[in-house]
Write a protein that binds this ligand. Sequence first.
Ligand code: FAD
Length: 437
Amino acid sequence: MTLTSKKFPTDHHGWAELLPRRQANPPLQGAHREPWVVVGAGFTGLACARRLATLHPQQNILLLDARCVGQGASGRNSGFVVATSQFPGRLDKSRLENYRRINRINQAGLELLSAQVEHHAIDCQWRREGFIHTAVDRRALQEYENFLHYLDALQVEHETRDKAVLHEQLGTSLYQAGIQIADGALVQPAALVCGLADNLPSNVRLFEQSPVLSIEDGKPLTLHLANAEVKADKLILATNYEAPALGFLRPYIVGSTLAGSFTRKLTGAELASLGSLTEWGAISLHSGGATLRLTRDHRISIRNTAEYHGSVLLSDKELAQRQATHRAAFDKRFPQLANVPFEYAWSGVEGISRNGTNFFGRQRDSIYLAGGYNGSGVSRGTAFGTAIADYASGETSQTVSDCLASAPGSMMPPRPLLDIAAFFTVRSRFKGVGLDR
Ligand SMILES: Cc1cc2nc3c(=O)[nH]c(=O)nc-3n(C[C@H](O)[C@H](O)[C@H](O)COP(=O)(O)OP(=O)(O)OC[C@H]3O[C@@H](n4cnc5c(N)ncnc54)[C@H](O)[C@@H]3O)c2cc1C
């Protein structure tokens, strides 16, 4: 099947819709000869291009994205910049080193983002005060116990919250228990990813709405675009779940489509009916359960659907249908805000693998790839992107070693069975989600 520019659909929904309009960089045209090309300008590609620019200050780095920055998963997520991952199930002591490895990667990404936000004064509601993992039903309460054992074993700073404290802080009596993790950040994701793109080093040239349609092997490689051709010595793919369209990771990664809604801005009286925290994030202890935010600009966002939808965004009609699910979950949590309408809804597609692993390394001669973070790619994608630049440049680091230690992906069957496997892979993320949805 030939890849065309039309295979990169987008819409204007999501966190970018809440921002002042940004002027996108023009598409790439003509013939080019480049030492380095990075494809994909989400957190992974932006971090990669930035690191390559530092490692090779005398060389140009070409960064291409099929869409406008902020329209990929990096601008459409829930904005939890994770330092400590939560793994479902009982603590498996034999996997402690693996948990530490993943958290070192998360932490590295969090530090990199934190430094960039500060250095470039990126206005993105960055708030590095951690967030709360919440439990509503019996199964989530079991995960609460599991998570506590894990945090104790890893010596991660945290505090427990009981129902009364959560009610006092968040203004909902739904949550039965919670765990506040000390580190981690909340962010307006589209503002962050656009801020990173607008503050790249001078030897990075970013072109948006520039889909790479095919890659021809050879020395140099040749990248074909609709109105351009690029000869490149080294290529880094940061294309997330769309890598298979270019012939990479085909049986290993699919897109899961998630959707959420934002209220309009709450009034002073409505805010007063909530809790004492003026800004917060709550993430379900059920894998795939609801994520909620009270944002700095006084909106509540709720994201609680995830499905296999052919790795594409939802249509407006489908979004309106999912909003009924968002509304029911919102009303269950905040009956005092039953009259507050949703003002926006959005969907986004995240890359997931069958066994929950991430992808890092050389694909074939001069082509490298990092991606697929199973809903946890803001900090991790930043670390993977930086590390893949190091790795492709022959550098070593703790993060490179940690990324290289990612488990190999589990294969998915070919089409049409792929669709069925993808359906069940996504559904398994929601397994057992009860009242936390
Ligand atoms: C609704 C939702 C909620 C989420 N919540 C969180 C969260 O709270 N915390 C968290 O850590 N993670 C979360 N995630 C996951 C996170 O957003 C992703 O893991 C992360 O953004 C991946 O970054 P990336 O740069 O690898 O990929 P992307 O952001 O998907 O970027 C890949 C880019 O490659 C471009 N591209 C693809 N193919 C081509 C091509 N052929 N030519 C040119 N360009 C191409 C795309 O246009 C895209 O911009 C969520 C995801 C979704 C969808």
